[in-house]
Design a protein around this ligand. Structure first.
Ligand code: GLN
Length: 463
């Protein structure tokens, strides 16, 4: 009844449960178990119950009409603590903003609320979204519900775990270099990084503005599709947005980019992607190897452009206008501020920042060319399964390398979806689908097909 938005909405329509029951189901679980996993930084209990009362009242009248007006009625969501929520504390996972109460909400927060969703709370994340493990949060790491000795991935760690642990239906995160796809992969759920320019970033604390995207976590593809449909679309407050839909197709040819399977990628990870490919092939999907030799430069490009933009964006937290003084920044934010200033400073700008933007164009062109030959790409999400807490925390380079297979999509602004597929040694595995800009529908089709080929049903971890 509570596992997907659809099952919850059906139960509401049939009057088996009330919206209050839905809210109380999730809040009871959170209040009992949140301390074990450190998922929520702030809860929104009062408003959740107030809205439940409102919707239960409305449902007494004409349920069909009410569901038409509020397509997400009964859907319980959380937001990574990077999304401004009016009147509700928003920290970005950093002590700099530990008592910041935003005066307005992000556009996507308003949109989702208007569609009837109830926001149950704000989730833990690496401070300022810098990280791949959740360990950079100033509020302590979130733990992986499949095995608490392991990281859940990052930086949207709390959001991924909130869905995997059954604390809500759907969660919103941001993906600048992999922060939705990688934690989704580490937690055994779906995670969508949409096309750059398809979901408004207005009111979302900026990390690296030319790479940041807003996306979603869910335990089934239809929840992801629904929430994406409602959150995407033109918004006058974010000038990068446009409405575009790539044509749907029936016969999809999928590229296997050979550079995504090369050294550094664990055997068990690449074997699992090939197992998925075989299942697709049995069901008439066509595959073709593609060559993307510039992929190897993506991580270097990312770790130049991203800190350059981070240091500009973090300049506003000067301790004068809002937030705590600059000495409240953690080590990782300081590292990126220094790196960013270095690559932008005179004498180094041409060699680093300018060069990185040139190579970025090569990566974009190479991917565009590949999409002349194939409709979508299939690849691993992360080179390894989840790693142990503490394993990479003192080695930033090693940590940065966990993004090697996710950053190309951000550099090129293309969409990517993490699809869960199986468990090995008690930890999750999966693959990612990528496509040309605005090809989300095609990606959803392929993921939906996979759900039906494998009779996929989300099996929650016991924690
Ligand atoms: N792990 C990457 C980083 O540390 C990605 C972060 C993100 O996507 N927000 O920069």
């Amino acid at each position: 009844m509570f596992t997907s938005v659809r099952t919850t909405q059906n139960a509401l329509r049939n009057k088996k449960i009330s919206v209050r029951d839905v809210v109380s189901h999730f809040l009871t679980k959170i209040n009992e178990k949140n301390k074990d996993l450190n998922v929520f930084l702030t809860l929104n209990e009062d408003e959740s119950y107030e809205l439940a009362k409102k919707y239960d009242g409305l449902l007494k009248e004409n349920p069909d009409q009410i569901f038409e007006k509020y397509p997400l009625l009964g859907c319980i969501v959380s937001f990574k603590d990077l999304f401004l929520t009016k009147g509700l504390r928003t920290t970005a996972g950093s002590k700099v903003l530990d008592s910041f109460i935003p005066p307005y909400s992000a556009k996507v927060v308003d949109k989702i609320k208007k569609a009837g969703a109830i926001i149950i709370g704000k989730t833990n994340c690496d401070a300022w979204a810098h990280g791949a493990s959740g360990e950079n949060s100033d509020f302590g790491p979130t733990l992986n519900p499949w095995n608490k000795a392991y990281v859940p991935g990052g930086s949207s760690s709390g959001s991924a775990v909130s869905v995997a642990a059954g604390f809500n239906h759907v969660s919103f995160g941001t993906d600048t270099g992999g922060s939705i796809r990688q934690p989704a992969n580490f937690c055994g759920i779906y995670g969508l990084k949409p096309t750059y320019g398809s979901v408004s970033r207005y009111g979302v604390i900026a990390m690296a503005s030319s790479l940041d995207t807003v996306g979603h976590f869910g335990n089934n593809i239809s929840d992801i599709e629904n929430v994406f449909k409602i959150s995407s679309g033109v918004d006058l407050c974010d000038a990068t947005l446009k409405d575009e839909d790539k044509k749907q197709k029936d016969n999809i040819t999928v590229g296997i980019p050979k550079q995504y399977f090369e050294k550094g990628v664990d055997q068990v990870v690449s074997d699992k992607v090939h197992e998925a490919i075989k299942i697709f092939e049995k069901n008439n999907y066509k595959f073709k190897e593609v060559n993307l030799p510039n992929t190897k430069h993506a991580i270097s490009v990312y770790y130049i452009i991203q800190p350059a933009e981070v240091c500009s964006n973090l300049g506003r937290y000067d301790g004068i206008r809002f937030g705590n003084p600059r000495n409240s920044f953690g080590a990782e934010a300081k590292r990126r501020i220094i790196l960013g200033n270095f690559v932008l400073s005179s004498g180094y700008y041409d060699a680093y920042y300018k060069k990185a933007t040139q190579v970025r164009t090569l990566i974009i062109n190479e991917l565009d060319k590949a999409f002349d030959e194939v409709d979508l790409l299939i690849a691993p999400v992360s080179p390894s399964q989840p790693f142990k807490l503490g394993e990479k925390v003192n080695d930033p380079l090693k940590m940065y390398l966990s993004d090697v297979l996710t950053v190309p999509a951000n550099i090129a602004g293309i969409p990517g979806l993490s699809v869960p597929f199986g468990i090995h040694n008690g930890l999750s595995l999966g693959f990612q689908l990528m496509g040309p800009r605005f090809s989300e529908k095609l990606i959803f089709k392929m993921a939906r097909d996979f759900e039906s080929f494998t009779n996929y049903k989300f099996e929650p971890p016991k924690f």
